[in-house]
Write a protein that binds this ligand. Structure first.
Ligand SMILES: [Zn+2]
Length: 475
């Protein structure tokens, strides 16, 4: 008996030692911040953003034609607001509405960089109009904020980029490498005519950038449990996106004599089967980086878990949503209360984890549900993006700039669940990152595409300062 107790104690001791060793070994990955020369940003930038918001550059659907009056008006506004940008940079229009600015660098041997944003915004849900603090396209400036559709997603960033370039041009700054500013016009409906075409054009010209930077990462305040500091999330990859329609076809019949397999019941069962048999949580890149970078900043007990994913994998991966998600989004079937329909359909949307593909998800659906149900891909589909590096020069510059402009922040690489235009740029860029310092707090999460979209004045200046310093840092 004693022997068993000793053995158990020894095993526990070894286990604790391993846990502690891994925890202590997980040291902070944060680079030192560098003192920067603060820049003075005029308050006129607020009214510029306000005016930009007043152009309702809405993307309604993939096949809707953009409102040319609004888009061309917006372009005219940009050329009047940023005279130096329009004098010193070359501007090309792609698919009529997308904008590609080229700022020629002094050193043609240095790889260019691509800074992205998008001009279009999502529509406003009309019944929610009265819930807005100000009209979504009014561009109201309050003591603290600029309110309106696009302030967060993504005209705020577009305008900040142009403001910083205009400031740099005022100082007669010449970048060493060529800088492209790429502003698509249809990101909210997939980017096929905008960003995809810009990337294609750059590819035809043989452009190979060292870095592309786009939306999709943030400064998160109070969003990561256990970390009091601001977390700067730089996303290295994005999940894929695919929807599949499940179609059940039967003979139908009269509801007084229902068949054993009712069309709607079969469809409901298939949805339940998919929800009950979800794709597994997996520790893939870049989630592993996220564990290391985030874990090191956590209080002791949480750090123990992050430092030992071999033991605590499940809860951590669940918290990080590290799997291909399954969401039933549309259901349709039946016409009359006493008729069993001959057809019922449901659409299931999947956000695909790196390592899996559209094809493997389809395979999973077919394996999981009844073979009597047809499965068809529907709408826009894209595989997960490749995962960009954290040891590239570009990433190091990005990290350094974030830590220097926001010394109170910690930089954490990650994976974004939603899609961005950036996914088109892997072929013309060594690495593709998603980050602009838009501050997100628990109460602002719903403002994206939602009610009362607004950006803090201070935060808007921070974005301008960041893009200004980044361009300098890269030189
Ligand atoms: Zn966006």
């Amino acid at each position: 008996m004693k022997k068993i107790i000793y053995a158990l104690l020894a095993i526990t001791g070894v286990l604790v030692a391993i846990l502690l060793f891994n925890t202590v070994s997980l040291s902070s990955k944060q680079v030192a911040s560098e003192p920067l020369q603060k820049i003075t940003i005029p308050n006129g930038v607020y009214s510029n953003l306000s005016k930009a918001i007043q152009y309702p550059t809405i993307s309604y659907s993939e096949d809707a034609i953009p409102d040319s009056t609004v888009f061309y008006g917006f372009h005219r506004f940009l050329s009047e607001t940023f005279p130096l940008v329009h004098e010193k940079l070359t501007l090309e229009k792609i698919s009529d509405y997308s904008l590609l600015y080229t700022w020629k660098g002094a050193n043609k041997d240095k790889k260019p960089i691509i800074l992205m944003s998008h001009q279009d915004v999502v529509p406003v849900d009309q019944p929610t109009l009265s819930d807005w603090e100000a009209g979504p396209f009014e561009g109201k400036i309050t003591n603290t904020d600029i309110i309106g559709r696009g302030t967060l997603d993504d005209k705020g960033t577009l305008m900040a980029l142009l403001e910083s370039v205009e400031l740099l041009l005022k100082e007669s700054f010449v970048p060493s490498q060529t800088i492209y500013l790429a502003f698509g016009h249809d990101e909210e409906v997939g980017g096929a005519n905008g960003a995809a075409k810009i990337a294609q054009l750059l590819k035809e010209r043989g452009v190979k950038a060292s870095m592309t930077l786009d939306e999709g990462g943030f400064l998160a305040d109070g969003l990561v449990p256990g970390i009091d500091k601001t977390v700067a999330i730089v996303n290295l990859a994005e999940k894929g996106f695919a929807s599949f329609r499940l179609i059940v076809e039967t003979q139908g019949g009269h509801s007084s004599a229902p068949p054993k397999e009712n069309t709607i019941g079969m469809l409901a069962q298939a949805i339940v089967d998919l929800e009950a048999n979800q794709l597994p949580y997996t520790l893939v890149e870049p989630i592993n980086y996220q564990l290391d970078y985030m874990g090191a900043e956590l209080p002791f007990l949480k750090k123990v878990a992050f430092a030992n994913p071999w033991l605590f994998k499940k809860p951590i991966l669940e918290a990080l949503n590290a799997h291909t998600t399954t969401a039933a989004t549309i259901i349709d079937g039946g016409v009359k209360n006493n008729v069993i329909p001959t057809v019922a359909e449901a659409t299931i949307n999947f956000r695909i984890l790196p390592g899996e593909t559209i094809a493997s998800v389809k395979e999973h659906i077919k394996k999981t549900i009844s073979t009597k149900i047809k499965v068809e891909p529907v709408g826009f589909l894209t595989n997960p993006s490749p995962v960009s590096r954290i040891d590239s020069e570009a990433y190091k510059s990005l990290e350094k700039t974030i830590r220097s402009v926001f010394p109170e922040s910690v930089v954490v690489p990650g994976l974004v669940g939603g899609g961005t235009d950036a996914r088109y740029f892997y072929e013309v860029s060594d690495d593709v990152y998603r980050f602009y310092p838009i501050r997100l707090a628990p109460d602002s999460m719903t403002r994206f595409h939602g009610i009362d979209e607004k950006i803090g004045k201070e935060n808007y200046k921070e974005i301008i300062e960041f893009t200004y310093q980044l361009i300098k840092q890269l030189n």
